[in-house]
Design a protein around this ligand. Sequence first.
Ligand SMILES: [Zn+2]
Length: 348
Amino acid sequence: MPRKEFCSGACMGTRPLTDYGGLPERDGAGQPVDDLIQPFQLESGESGEAKLSGRLTQLGEAVDDVMRRHKYPEPVAELLGEALALSVILAGALKFDGIFTLQVQGDGPVSLLLADVQTKNDTERYLIRGYANYTEDALASHDPAESLLGSGYFALTVDQGPHTDRYQGMVEITGKTLAECAQHYFRQSQQMDAAISLSAGRLGPDGPWRAGGVMVQRIADDPNRQLPSDDDDDTWRRVMMLMATGTMAELLDPALGAKRYLFRLFHEEGVRATDPRSVAHRCRCSSDRVFNVLVQLPREDLRDLAVDGNLEVTCEFCSESYHFTPEAVEARAAVGDPVISSPESADR
Ligand SMILES: [Zn+2]
């Protein structure tokens, strides 16, 4: 995966990105200005009707907070940043509360990328978390021309909670980037054209992490029409060309902002933005939940896990450590009831 180079700021007429000192959380109208997902539509074509829809995300503190909790090598952190941005723009299509999970598992140096988004439409807030597994030796000897993910699968899961069916779609990893892989997923699994750009990187050598993503997809206006018209195809090609003019640095630039980025790319296509929603990093782990998992384990497994009479469990998502004694867990197991009788409902 090529390393992204960051604009010094001079090329965009903005202040240097390395001087970035943070943004206010909300603008004068009370809308988020960073850590957001921005839905939009393009009224392309002669009819003036919206034919394409999309979502853009710009993540600052939300993704930097994830990276601060891990010590990932930069290529791994870049890939996880892209996975977090991708999960946000995909979860943005959900019109209900639930948990959206992106999982990419392969035989390359990065063997697992996991990112999930809890959508809360009542509070108009998305909560993200994620982690990566990698092998240091394989990473050190990795050919930069090859994908870090190798061969494996790319899976999306939507979970709306108890008493609902989970949806899962899965395809083989295809392409060298996460964006190519996601585009392949939509063609293969959804029979839908989607164009996706992703970027992640630091602001300056040791600066905070940022991630960004933009996705445009065709609006399915007529289910009886299998093939798009020539006019639709022309529109699609034009929008793809415009999308390619957006640079990775612009997508990450906190000073540019989501709406200005969209206007810069698509102002000739009648871009129309709706209200953005805010995104924050939040893990759903807790002492009670970890305890409940331990209570379900066989007694001999508990004894094997204990070190010096202490059970330590570290959350892979946020690196928070929880400590228990085997005796406390066994005592609870003997009583029978878990601490939280309905842990799933606490997820919502
Ligand atoms: Zn956690």
